[in-house]
Design a protein around this ligand. Structure first.
Ligand SMILES: [Mg+2]
Length: 290
C-alpha cells in the first residue's frame, strides 16, 4: 500500500512553509508517450491551486534541457495546471542567473536549439557549439547532436580559461523504455578527460540551482529551512533538499521505491515519503486555521 500520511513534524513544516519546489516528471506529472505531452498526477493540480490561493510561492524545476522552460510550462497548462512561464524552471534558468552573477557573459552552449532561451532572455551572449569565438564559460546540456568539432571547440575554450558548467551530471535517467544515457554527463566526461576540469553543476541537485530558485520566488537565502522540495529522485530533489537544509518529500509515483529508501545514503534521504500529493494539500488545509 502506498503511504499517504505525513509525520507530524513534516506536516507542521508544510503548514509554515515559505515556498515549494516541485520536480515535474514522476512528481506532479507523467509523460504521455502517445501524445508527447504530460498528464497530471492525482492531486497535483489541486495542490498547486491550493498554494496559489494561499499566496505561497512555488516553482516547478525539471532537470531536462531538451525544451525551453516556457515550452514545458505550456505543456503543463495543457494538462490542466495553473502555472505561469516564469514558475517553470530548468537548469538553463538557474545557469543563466548564475553565469550572469559571475560576470560570465559569453557562453558556449552545447545543447539543442531552445536550450539557450533563458540565457538570451537575460542578455547573455550565446556562442554555438563549434563556433569560433573566445568565451567566458562552456555550458553543456542535453545534446544528442554533439560532434567531434564541438568537443574540440569546448576543450579549446576550457584550455583558454573558460569555466566549464553543466545542466546535469547524472549518468542515467529513467525513460518509458528503461535506462537512458545522460547526454551532458557523457560530454562532461569527455571534456574532463582531456582538460582535467570538472563541470560545475548548475541544475539539480546543486546549491546554485536551489539558491537561484529561492531568489526567483522572492525569498532570501535564510528561508532555505522553510522550503519544501518535492520529488521522486533521491539523487536530485532529496539531495538538493539535504544540501540546502530544506525539507525533502519523496514521491513514490516516479523513481522512488519505498523498499529501497532505507538503503539510501543519508545525503539522499527524504524527510518523508508519500504516494499521494493530497497528503501535502491536507497538511496545508489542516493548519490553515491554526
Ligand atoms: Mg522526476
Amino acid at each position: 500500500m502506498l503511504p499517504d500520511t505525513l509525520p507530524e513534524a513534516v506536516a507542521a513544516k508544510i503548514a509554515t512553509a515559505r515556498g515549494f519546489i516541485f520536480d515535474m516528471d514522476g512528481t506532479i506529472a507523467l509523460g504521455n508517450a502517445a501524445s508527447g505531452g504530460h498528464e497530471a498526477l492525482p492531486g497535483a493540480i489541486d495542490l498547486l491551486a491550493a498554494l496559489r490561493r494561499r499566496s505561497i510561492p512555488f516553482r516547478v524545476f525539471t532537470n531536462g534541457t531538451a525544451k525551453a522552460p516556457a515550452t514545458y510550462a505550456k505543456g503543463l497548462r495543457a494538462a490542466g495546471f495553473d502555472i505561469a512561464d516564469d514558475e517553470m524552471m530548468t537548469p538553463s534558468t538557474s545557469a543563466a542567473i548564475w553565469l550572469e552573477r559571475q560576470g560570465l557573459t559569453r557562453v558556449r552552449v552545447l545543447g539543442d536549439p531552445g536550450v539557450a532561451e533563458p540565457l538570451l532572455a537575460r542578455g547573455l551572449e550565446v556562442i554555438g557549439p563549434s563556433q569560433k569565438a573566445d568565451v567566458d564559460a562552456v555550458y553543456t546540456c542535453w545534446f544528442r547532436g554533439f560532434t567531434f568539432p564541438d568537443l574540440e571547440a569546448a576543450c579549446a575554450s576550457v584550455w583558454d580559461g573558460a569555466r566549464l558548467t553543466t545542466a546535469s551530471h547524472v549518468p542515467f535517467f529513467a525513460t518509458a523504455n528503461g535506462r537512458g544515457i545522460g547526454s551532458s554527463f557523457a560530454i562532461n566526461q569527455m571534456i574532463a578527460s582531456l582538460t582535467g576540469k570538472r563541470a560545475k553543476v548548475l541544475g539539480k541537485p546543486s546549491r546554485a540551482a536551489f539558491d537561484v530558485t529561492l531568489a526567483a520566488m522572492g525569498l532570501p537565502r535564510s528561508a532555505a529551512g522553510d522550503i519544501m522540495v518535492v520529488g521522486d529522485d533521491p539523487a536530485l530533489e532529496m539531495a538538493m533538499a539535504r544540501t540546502a537544509g530544506a525539507t525533502g518529500i519523496g514521491m513514490t509515483t516516479g523513481l522512488m521505491r519505498p523498499e529501497t529508501i532505507s538503503g539510501l545514503p543519508d545525503r539522499f534521504q527524504p524527510h518523508a515519503v508519500i504516494g499521494r500529493l493530497q497528503a501535502i494539500t491536507r497538511a496545508l488545509a489542516d493548519h490553515a486555521t491554526v
